[in-house]
Design a protein around this ligand. Sequence first.
Ligand code: MN3
Length: 247
Amino acid sequence: MFNLTRRHMIVATAGVMAALATTRIAAAQQGAGAVDSGEGPFKLPPLAYGYDALQVAIDTDTMHLHHDKHHAAYVANLNAAAKQAPQIADHPMERLLANLDQVPDSVRMTVRNNLGGHVNHSMFWEIMGGTGAGPTGELAAAIGRDFGALDQLQATFNAAGTKIFGSGWVFVTVTQEGKLGVEVRPNQDTPLMEGKRVLFGNDVWEHAYYLRYQNRRADYLSAWWQVIDWTKIGERYAAARQGKLTI
Ligand code: MN3
């Protein structure tokens, strides 16, 4: 028989209400509970800034869809693959991508597409959120040495990104010696697959820009530089020089 006195009921109700409030706060912090990246070893990194922080170049709806749906789906697919082949979670992600031939056949294409997608987007969120203020120090010097000037790097990068047929990414790679290069890859492939290191990159899949820019990919590529965080990219450059840059 139930023995809930009125006082107990009030206490119990308060507990439920508190739990609901906590859930709502957590959901709001995650973007209204829209994120489902599955249970498992791979985690969707939260944005370090608001979904509306990049509006000068990227609209809020695109940010929600891109992070909470597209990136979350790559993570969910990886977690599903990890149920089938748990060993894929036992290695650093950059090493797994550089050794796809050693990944079990049954999940190799899933890992290529979705781990590629996971690391590409994790990098992408990390290097945005700034004001576009330019590079400084050793990174600025390297850009001058390898491209002539920042605007020449931007022109080369934007031209390469505009020319990608279909979906893909345009990257600036960096060697441990600090040498920079512009490279493109289709789909969710990444230079990490050849053991290289990515300094930064831009996503030219249509989902990255179509809501605001429709077919004007070149306009998106030009606008994107306004939200780049050159401080973060400088930190990644320093890490690369120390052999510590991973994804
Ligand atoms: Mn994308």
